[in-house]
Ligand binder design. Structure first.
Ligand code: ATP
Length: 210
């Protein structure tokens, strides 16, 4: 399924000051990278698109997903996947439990799809594993699979590779961007690392310093 994310004349203010302005169209499998110094508004932008902007900010501009205006919808109704620096996994659930948690209950063959996804990501047979026993790279892969299996319409990535060492980082970058392309998902990536931006092959937006 191909998805499209449109950020239509987004402008976010903090008090009277314009923090950022952005106009972008992100097609299926495309990644738009947002770079900028600390405090330039990268996390604020992701929070607005995801639907949990702190009310201290005021925002205008529309967010369209597959042509549907989701700007006034709550976060859970937007179906946007989030991938952060620290993989968000429930510690009391197994790997399989974590993956099933985000999946639509009506999905046919849920468990089989979950096991297949693990195998395709090099984690065959990991479904019963306790998440506390996973390495950093394995946790990152499970977090990615959790997002993909939840069938989002777009994905937001906030420095998802920054805590991994160099070789793991390269592997995970390849995996993440290949999977996003495969799934036809538009993505917004926030990073400090120019190599992340380069790996996407997509456009880069620089936010200004404040
Ligand atoms: N809850 C808040 N109350 C007041 N100001 C805030 C709040 N959250 C963020 N800010 C301010 O808004 C601006 C943008 O912050 P934001 O976290 O989006 O920047 P960033 O580019 O993600 O920075 P970093 O790279 O350090 O994560 C900063 O000037 C920050 O101080």
């Amino acid at each position: 399924m191909a998805h499209r994310l449109l950020l239509n004349d987004i402008r976010i203010r903090l008090k009277e000051k314009v923090l950022l302005s952005l106009n972008a169209e992100i097609g299926p499998g495309e990644v738009l990278t947002v770079m900028g110094p600390s405090g330039s508004g990268k996390s604020t932008l992701l929070a607005y698109v995801a639907g949990f902007l702190d009310p201290i900010f005021s925002a205008q501009g529309n967010i369209l997903l597959d042509g549907e205006d989701v700007t006034s919808k709550p976060a859970e109704a937007r179906h946007i996947g989030l991938l952060f620096q620290d993989p968000l996994l429930f510690p009391h659930l197994s790997v399989g439990g974590n993956l099933l948690f985000g999946m639509d209950r009506r999905t046919p063959n849920r468990k089989q799809r979950m096991c297949d996804a693990l195998a395709e990501a090099g984690l065959q047979g990991f479904e019963q594993r306790d998440t506390a026993t996973l390495s950093g790279g394995q946790k990152a892969r499970v977090a990615l699979l959790r997002v993909l299996l939840s069938e989002p319409r777009a994905v937001l990535l906030d420095e998802p590779f920054s805590k991994l060492d160099q070789s793991l980082r390269d592997d995970l970058r390849r995996l993440v961007f290949a999977r996003l392309r495969q799934a036809g998902l538009p993505a917004l990536l926030v990073t400090h690392d120019a190599a992340d931006a380069q790996a996407t092959g997509g456009p880069v937006v620089e936010l200004a310093e404040h």
